[in-house]
Design a protein around this ligand. Structure first.
Ligand code: GTP
Ligand code: MG
Length: 245
C-alpha cells in the first residue's frame, strides 16, 4: 500500500457545538487538520479560533460566507501548498462516523489515484425527503457517468487526491459542489471507490444543525445536474468517455 501525505479537511459554517469534537475525532487518525471557517458568526468563529490557539487545527478563515464548495476549494489549495497528497474531508456537523476514517484511508492507500466516497447507511434519524432527493441525484449521476459509479453524490465524507481535485474546474461554490466535483473528476479519468458508512442526524439538543437551504440549494443542485447532463451529452457526441475504463 502507498504511504499518503494526508490531512483532514473540515469546512464549517456555524457549527459551534460540534466542530471541536469532529476535529478531535479526525485527529485520532490524522495528526494534521485544516479547518476552513466559512464566515461563521461569533459563536462558531470563536470556537474555531480556540482550535487554532490550542494547536488542534490549521485554520483558514473566509471573511464572508461563500458556501461549502468555496470552503473545500480553499482547503484543497491550502493542502496542496502544504504538500499534502490527499485530503480526508468530513463535515463539521457530527453526522459522519469518524470511526470509519481508517476504512476510507485504507481504500485511499490501496487506490491513491481514486476519489474515495462515503456511501451513507442511514439510520432512522435521516429526514425521508433528504433521502429521496439523494436517490434522484444518484439517478442523474448514473446518467452523467454512464452507469452507477457514484453511490451517493452528496456525502460529505470522502478522500480527495489533492492534485486531481484541484485540477478540476467549473464546480459550484455551495451544495452543488459535492456532486459536480465527483462527476467532473470521473470525467477527468479518476476512479471511484465507495465505502459504506453510517450517517446519523443529530438532534438540535445534541448540537445538530443543518444549513442546507431547501430552495436555494435545491435550485443550485438542479442547475448543476442540468449542466452535467448537457456536459455528458457533449462528451458522448464528441467520443469522450464518461468514466475511466
Ligand atoms: N450549508 C452550508 N454548509 C457550509 C457552508 N460553508 C461551509 N459549510 C459546511 O459544509 C458542511 C455540510 O453542511 P450541512 O449544512 O450539514 O449540509 P448537508 O450535510 O448537505 O445537509 P444535511 O443533510 O441537512 O446535514 C458542514 O460542515 C458545514 O459547516 C455554507 O455556506 N452552507
Ligand atoms: Mg450535514
Amino acid at each position: 500500500m502507498t504511504e499518503l501525505r494526508v490531512c483532514g479537511l473540515v469546512p464549517t459554517f456555524d457549527n459551534p457545538r460540534t466542530i471541536r469534537e469532529v476535529v478531535n475525532q479526525v485527529r485520532a487518525h490524522i495528526p494534521d487538520v485544516i479547518v476552513v471557517d466559512d464566515g461563521s458568526a461569533d459563536p462558531g468563529r470563536i470556537e474555531v479560533e480556540a482550535l487554532a490557539r490550542d494547536g488542534l487545527a490549521r485554520v483558514l478563515r473566509r471573511s464572508r460566507n461563500g458556501g461549502k464548495g468555496a470552503a473545500v476549494k480553499d482547503g484543497l489549495r491550502f493542502a496542496a501548498e502544504l504538500g499534502f497528497t490527499h485530503c480526508l474531508q468530513i463535515d463539521a456537523d457530527g453526522q459522519h462516523e469518524a470511526g470509519d476514517i481508517p476504512r476510507l484511508l485504507d481504500a485511499s492507500r490501496t487506490r491513491p489515484d481514486a476519489l474515495i466516497l462515503g456511501q451513507p447507511v442511514f439510520d432512522g434519524s435521516a429526514p425521508s425527503l433528504r433521502r429521496k432527493a439523494r436517490l434522484i441525484s444518484r439517478f442523474l449521476t448514473d446518467l452523467q457517468t454512464g452507469k452507477r459509479v457514484i453511490q451517493d453524490p452528496l456525502c460529505g465524507f470522502r478522500v480527495y487526491p489533492v492534485q486531481a481535485a484541484i485540477g478540476v474546474e467549473g464546480c459550484g461554490d455551495r451544495m452543488d459542489f459535492d456532486i459536480e466535483i465527483a462527476v467532473r473528476m470521473i470525467w477527468h479519468g479518476c476512479p471511484v471507490v465507495n465505502v459504506p458508512t453510517l450517517v446519523r442526524y443529530m438532534t438540535a439538543a445534541e448540537g445538530g444543525v443543518s444549513h442546507f437551504r431547501m430552495v436555494r440549494d435545491n435550485l443550485l443542485i438542479s442547475w448543476a445536474h442540468t449542466k452535467l447532463c448537457a456536459g455528458a451529452l457533449a462528451r458522448l457526441m464528441t467520443g469522450r468517455p464518461l468514466r475511466p475504463a
